[in-house]
Design a protein around this ligand. Sequence first.
Ligand SMILES: Nc1ncnc2c1ncn2[C@@H]1O[C@H](COP(=O)(O)OP(=O)(O)OP(=O)(O)O)[C@@H](O)[C@H]1O
Length: 328
Amino acid sequence: MDSFIKFTDVHRNYSPEQHSGVSGINLEIKKGEIVSIVGESGSGKTTLLKLIYGYLVPQEGEVTYLGKRILGPAEKLIPGHDDMRMVTQEVTLNLYARVFDNISGQLSNTDLKTKKELTLQTMEFLRIDHLANKKIVDLSGGEQQRVAIARAIITEPTVLLLDEPFSQIDTILKKQLRDDIERLSKFLNITVIMVSHDPSDALSVANKLVIIKDGKIVRQGCPKEIYANPESDYVAKLLGKANILEGFSFLESGKIFAAYPQDIKIESSASGISVKVKAVHFNGIYNEITFILEEKQLIAYDFDFMEIQPHTEVTISFKKLKPLDKLA
Ligand SMILES: Nc1ncnc2c1ncn2[C@@H]1O[C@H](COP(=O)(O)OP(=O)(O)OP(=O)(O)O)[C@@H](O)[C@H]1O
């Protein structure tokens, strides 16, 4: 059986002189998966989305959808794959038209009654039916984003590509969006592929994680497994703001470990490793404690709001240390 979406040895750069774009990409995406592509800024995340959608073509290798090569912009009258929709951060909505018209306008060659029914269904699915008669300019950023997703899904795509969907919304809307993405996948069987530079969003919703660095995939697989065993400092820092421990006197020489901030325990007893507190920042859910250990700066989260003061000494212990194979 043909793979759903498959990259085989894909290379696509923007300029031969400088490093840009992506290279050596091998990736398979299964139907119905929620895939999150994460990586630091400029690592090539959007380039991967554009290669899937057909906004870019590889210079080497190929990208296929159901076994067929995805056509590039020069090979199609309207660029973009007919079975897919891509929602970007730029507002592509008609700002002065009603929400209803923005969504229903996507359905050409559909009779009025069906158009109305489908638009109502889609608005209900994304819980924006109460906004039907509002103009886009009068909506919040999060509401506009839901309208953009509604516009995309009303044409019943098999694949929805989302570029930084979580970037401009607050915590409550993030939770709703996560829920929407899960429902799109579960009830409409849409494969969702999204790009995020904040991995906490990705970890919470994706069932496959693709981690990219300098245009190359450095890890792919189950989010929980990758988080539990990051293997490289890039992945550990990206996914969990991990402290990278190397060269400390209490470590075996030559070994490197990652410690997530929540895995550093601050002890009230005298046992443990003595460190000097540099700064304490209240975060709402925890205090972020910056401390100095053997002249290196590390970060721990204190969920118990212990009375820790800057410039004092405390003792710490490591609840979990994750061995790293390499420094990227
Ligand atoms: N049209 C273009 N022309 C030249 N270089 C480009 C072009 N588009 C992207 N690049 C370069 O290719 C690399 C990857 O870009 P891409 O937009 O895919 O990264 P990204 O991971 O999505 O970044 P960000 O998180 O900042 O959006 C970057 O170095 C970028 O500057």
